[in-house]
Design a protein around this ligand. Sequence first.
Ligand code: FES
Length: 322
Amino acid sequence: MIIDGLCADYSSSYCPCILAETGECVVCSQVNGSDFCDCKISGGFCVQQELIRNGGKAKPGRKTYECKVSTIIHFDDLVFLRVQVPHELEMEVKRPGGFVFVRRMEDETWFDTPISVMYEELNVGSIALSILLRGVKTSRFANIAEGDTLLVRGPYTSGLLGLRHIEKQQAGKSLVLAKGIGLLPSMAVIRYLQSRHNEVDVYLDEGGFPASISKFCLDLFDLHYKPINILDPAGQLREEVKETILRFAVSGGTLIHVGGSEYVIRKIAEYIESVGLGSIRLSACNNATMCCGEGICGACSETTAGKHVIHRCKEQVNPRKI
Ligand code: FES
């Protein structure tokens, strides 16, 4: 695992955050106690300077908003919600990798659930969320209804890895390989790439994911896909996937997005490396367990080969190296 970019909050309105205040910043060596500045990778924004300007304190963190549910569709185990949100939240979270933590108003003391925000046009005063009822936290949304109030905390932006590649991709060719529930966070990527005039080929391996739900999601946004099986019974990449990747590269494709487990992402990344397609840019969904989203609780932490602990809610890691 290597770090492939700056902190997700670098230079945002939340920077410097509590990590800079406590000397644990993931970007700035000087606020962490070093005599030297080694932030040559960062551009035009000095975390230390901002911290001094702010009296040595972190900027105010994310807020929790009380938001009304304006539309709701229950479809099998999926709940599709449209939630009215303040303009400031909508503007920041409707981008690839954008997500929020939600819980129901009556569950004030319950746990937050991190949910990806759909990419769509701005200035409509609401965001769209898809919640699959799968566990202790998401099952609380089983009987949610229009007019109910949600507590929405955000915005957070590190729901994807390789974000800078997605944001750079314009009027090019992209390939999306999604497996199972990885389809849901990948839908924002597909729609974002399409909005930037990219030709996007979508391949979906439904795996154990209910076919009715993937059809519902794709129909909702009029997205087309080709079915594929990504892994064989031995857990290796199938030939049809390898051929699809090679055909894509030969035809001038430049970005592959993988919506799947860490294992699937690693298998595809290894294959791309092994056939010398280093120029293909890779992005993937961020499967880390998100809890605080602020680099503090440690739920999303991993240790790199260099024995450096990183927090995947903050630091973008290279999908080729997970
Ligand atoms: S989610 Fe808490 S440290 Fe990343």
